[in-house]
Write a protein that binds this ligand. Structure first.
Ligand code: GLU
Length: 510
């Protein structure tokens, strides 16, 4: 059977990486088995609705390459895919449960319930509307049929609640956790339909998963406590035979493993926890996203895939196609996955290394355009080849490679003080002269010539290479020095060497 899976976020703000990982695992399963990946927007909680959040979710999926087969922006056979637009469909299902005795009308006012909560032994939070309390409350189980009818006709406010059976063991299989069992007496009689006619999360979620023919519910561990209510709903509807398989994903933990990774951890430790930059529409506060931080979609997904899953081999670097082939729900861990930003960066860096230089050149070109620098494609491609091993993020290109496009702005004076010494520095004008006269201006020929020069004057690598490097690039870091010399060309190399000859004495004295 081809899976039909859904990513069902509530549009309450930016997408935490945990949410993107949920979307990814759903997507991988669908693609592996030729199934369908659905986006459903669960916006029944109007109070938590945040404008812009749905667009943000769609933009994230598009950026990551998690192509949606059915969803609010692409349509599909089960449209609409936004629950607020499905509102009229839910009532009949609530009525079905009323008719079968699995649900009841509850007329208790908010005030009455609050008073009850306050008077509950053990504090307000211990109060539950359930098998132990429902018979003392104002609902269609305690009121006469006539009174219920009268109240409904009068237009009294009511909600519809699920009648959770007392003292029953609710058992179901979770693909990741194995057999899960909950005591029904720990569950409360969840509201299914609110007084404004809007379904609650539980009701809309189960009805939609059924109507949309969802085969696997793959979602975060925080929804595990809701699962027994959902199982009871499937039973109450008589839909048990087609109930989806459940897979509750492990939490993504703080780097130290102490609790769930939150936005505050990101702020404190200096890394993003959201997919894209997000501007809070109320406060204007901007939260950083992985995209803007310089992550590329493929390594971002690769990193996320490994937060909770492993292929069972040593391989860590996967393209999205390879993830599709290797993924399995059975290999997802139960234990939470610690988020490690250094590791996330490593994935990005490993990926950049694999980008062919011509393509990398295209990706970094905007950084030069921004600075008004124009160079030939060949030049930029070679610069990209020399730097590709050294970039963690694309935006590192300018920092690492600016000396390809302009002479060094400053010199490593501390190193010069160690290396620009009487008895050695006198030989360098000759070296510059030899570079000028070199017949074949290639990295190999430069190396041979420099070695010869060293031997003839009894100098070591440590006497000569740092000086050439600082002349050309200003620092001790950077790609191979002879490759750099060839890329910038003989004229520019000689210009920089001459400048070093003129300036180094003064720098060393000061
Ligand atoms: N709307 C829920 C959320 O925001 C979906 C949970 C589920 O997938 O069932 O995560």
């Amino acid at each position: 059977m081809k899976p039909r899976v859904r990513f069902a976020p509530s549009p309450t703000g930016p997408l935490h990486i945990g949410g993107v990982r949920t979307a990814l695992y759903n997507f991988l399963l669908a693609r592996q088995l030729g199934g369908t990946f659905i986006l459903r927007i669960e916006d029944t909680d109007q109070e938590r609705f945040v404008p812009g959040a749905e667009d943000y979710i769609i933009e994230t999926l598009a950026w990551c390459g998690l192509q949606v087969d059915e969803g609010p922006h692409v349509g599909g056979p089960h449209a609409p895919y936004r629950q607020s637009e499905r509102k009229p469909m839910y009532r009949q299902y609530a009525e079905q449960l009323l008719a079968s005795g699995n649900a009841y009308y509850a007329f208790d006012t908010a005030d009455a319930l609050n008073t009850l909560r306050e008077n509950t032994q053990g504090g307000a939070s211990t109060f539950k509307y359930d098998a132990t309390t429902r018979m003392q409350l104002s609902n269609s189980l305690t009121l006469s049929a006539d009174e219920v009818k009268e109240r409904l006709n009068r237009g009294d406010e009511y909600v519809i609640r699920l009648k959770v059976p007392a003292n029953e063991e609710v058992v179901f299989e979770d693909v990741i956790r194995g057999g899960v069992s909950f005591q029904s007496s720990l569950l409360d009689d969840k509201v299914l339909l609110k007084s404004d006619g809007m379904p609650t999360y539980h009701m809309a979620n189960v009805v939609d998963d059924h109507l949309m023919e969802i085969t696997h519910v793959i979602r975060g561990e925080e929804w595990l406590p809701s699962a027994p209510t959902h199982v009871l709903l499937y039973r109450a509807f008589g839909w048990e035979a087609t109930m989806p398989k459940f897979a509750h994903l492990p939490l993504i933990l703080k780097p130290d493993g102490n609790g769930k990774l939150s936005k505050r951890d990101g702020d404190r430790l200096g890394f993003p926890v959201f997919s894209l930059d997000w501007t809070n529409p109320e406060t204007g506060e901007v939260s950083k996203g992985f995209r803007e931080r310089g992550f590329l979609p493929e390594p971002f997904l690769n990193m996320l895939a490994f937060l909770g899953w492993n292929p069972g081999t040593e391989q860590e670097i996967f393209t999205t196609e390879e993830l599709i082939a290797a993924f399995s729900l059975e290999r997802i861990n139960k234990a939470g996955a610690k988020f490690d930003f250094e590791k996330a960066k490593w994935f990005n860096q490993q990926y950049i290394k694999t980008i062919p230089p011509a393509e990398l050149a295209n990706l970094v070109k905007p950084q030069l355009d921004d600075k008004g620098i124009t160079v030939s494609n060949e030049f930029l491609e070679e610069a990209s080849r020399l730097l590709s091993e050294r970039l963690t993020f694309l935006n590192d290109f300018w920092d690492q490679g600016q000396i390809f496009f302009q002479e060094p702005a400053q010199y490593d004076v501390a190193m010069l003080k160690k290396k620009w010494k009487e008895g050695k520095k006198e030989f360098f004008p000759e070296l510059v002269d030899r570079v000028e006269k070199l017949a074949d201006y290639t990295a190999g020929a430069l190396e041979v010539e420099v070695k010869l020069f060293m031997e003839q004057h009894g100098l070591g690598f440590g006497d000569v290479l740092p000086i050439i490097r600082i002349m050309l690039t200003g620092t001790m870091q950077g790609p191979a020095v002879f490759d750099t010399a060839v890329l910038i060309g003989r004229d520019e190399t000689l210009k920089r060497m001459h400048k070093g000859l003129v300036e180094f004495d003064g720098l060393v004295i000061s």
